[in-house]
Design a protein around this ligand. Structure first.
Ligand SMILES: NC(=O)c1ccc[n+]([C@@H]2O[C@H](COP(=O)([O-])OP(=O)(O)OC[C@H]3O[C@@H](n4cnc5c(N)ncnc54)[C@H](OP(=O)(O)O)[C@@H]3O)[C@@H](O)[C@H]2O)c1
Length: 332
């Protein structure tokens, strides 16, 4: 698979990584299958999708434990990317960016992942009660202690900014400027897909100008852009899409022209090419510093997604995708 480099340390990873969240979090728990997920991780590593993206809160903890089962055998083939800063409580998810907590959380992640170093340690959400420099400083100490190789910042959950009329990533850019004074950012993780292109405006250029990697989360639009979901089929109550404004039957129907466009482009590249692969190839075409992180728990889809790294969209394909209607349905 094509390799891309991120951060000043020029860490090399496959252009398509593996988002491990669906194995233990966010999507319906009744469909989670531990052994199939383990096989999925092995398949991704076989195909060069070395970046395995997880978080201590996925599960919570069970996703890191699952990855640990693979990493104890294949650590050298993987690029381990996990996150700190969010705690799952009984009722709510809360941020904790206190330095002492960050140190303890890192040790716990290392144990669960069965490794002695995390390649990319990301701040999942800044803690509003703790200056971000303090949290980032504690993370930088982990690099100096040899427990972590590089640091990243997640820029999701920034939807409040849109409501107040500010640029979606204005707050993130200010945070990035502040943490850069403390220790270099190797990668930023944020949503980027054909139906959620907002990061292209300011966040991607910021990363590109500084040699910072961009990890594209939700590149398949939570599965919508693959064309395998049927409007109106519904989601189990514990699936994030059950509350997502773009996943009502009405909005899924309204957004079908986007899937139809991806399907048209796919057909031009051969009968076996899928809309999911076109959606991923589009993400990769946004810059040499972009790594796509499609999430899956299925071996077959991990293989399909990895193969998207070889799909080259033509200028005509890109122009057709640019002409697709904007997605309907938002959190605003
Ligand atoms: N930092 C953050 O706060 C944050 C937030 C969200 C996501 N992320 C990261 O981004 C990754 C990707 O996000 P995501 O998993 O939510 O969304 P996604 O990659 O856009 O979509 C995942 C969904 O698509 C399905 N899928 C995957 N490949 C497919 C294919 N080839 N054909 C048909 N369906 C396919 C998966 O099904 P199955 O589950 O059945 O395999 C899953 O339901 C996560 O795993 C996580 O690492 C980070």
């Amino acid at each position: 698979m094509e390799r891309r480099t991120i951060g000043a340390g020029a860490l090399a990873v496959g252009a398509v990584g593996l988002g491990c969240m669906p194995m233990n979090w966010a999507y319906s728990t009744s469909r989670q299958r531990g052994d199939e997920s383990v096989r999925c991780v092995h398949r991704a590593l076989d195909l060069g999708s070395g970046l395995l993206d997880t978080a201590d809160m996925y599960g919570p903890f069970t996703n890191e434990l699952l990855l640990g089962r693979v990493l104890r055998e294949r650590r050298a083939e993987a690029f381990v990317s996990t996150k700190v800063g969010l705690l799952v409580g009984e009722q709510h998810i809360v941020a904790n960016g206190r330095p002492g907590y960050v140190r303890r959380a890192c040790d716990a992640s290392l144990r669960r992942l069965q490794t002695d170093v995390i390649d990319l340690y990301q701040l999942h959400r800044p803690d509003p009660e703790v200056p971000i420099e303090e949290t980032w400083g504690a993370m930088a100490e982990l690099v100096r202690a040899g427990k972590v190789r590089s640091l990243g910042l997640c820029a999701l959950g920034a939807r409040g900014g849109r409501r107040s009329g500010a640029g979606l990533y204005d707050g993130t850019l200010r945070q990035l400027q502040r943490v850069q004074q403390v220790f270099p950012v190797a990668a930023v993780q944020a949503e980027l897909s054909v139906w959620s292109p907002e990061a292209l405006r300011t966040l991607l250029p910021w990363c590109e100008a500084r040699g910072v990697g961009f990890l594209a989360a939700m590149p398949l639009g939570n599965g919508f852009l693959t064309g395998t979901l049927t409007p109106g089929e519904g989601f189990e109550p514990d699936d994030v899409r059950a509350r997502h404004p773009r996943f009502t039957a009405e909005m899924m129907a309204a957004n079908q022209p986007i899937v139809a466009g991806l399907r048209r482009v796919a057909r031009r590249h051969g009968p076996e090419v899928t809309p999911a692969q076109v959606a991923l190839a589009w993400v990769l075409s946004r810059g040499r510093h972009v790594i796509a992180l499609p999430g899956t728990k299925r071996e077959r889809w991990a293989a399909e997604n990895a193969a998207a790294a070889d799909l080259r969209l033509t200028p005509a394909d890109l122009a057709e995708i640019a002409r697709l209607p904007a997605a309907q349905g938002s959190w605003d």
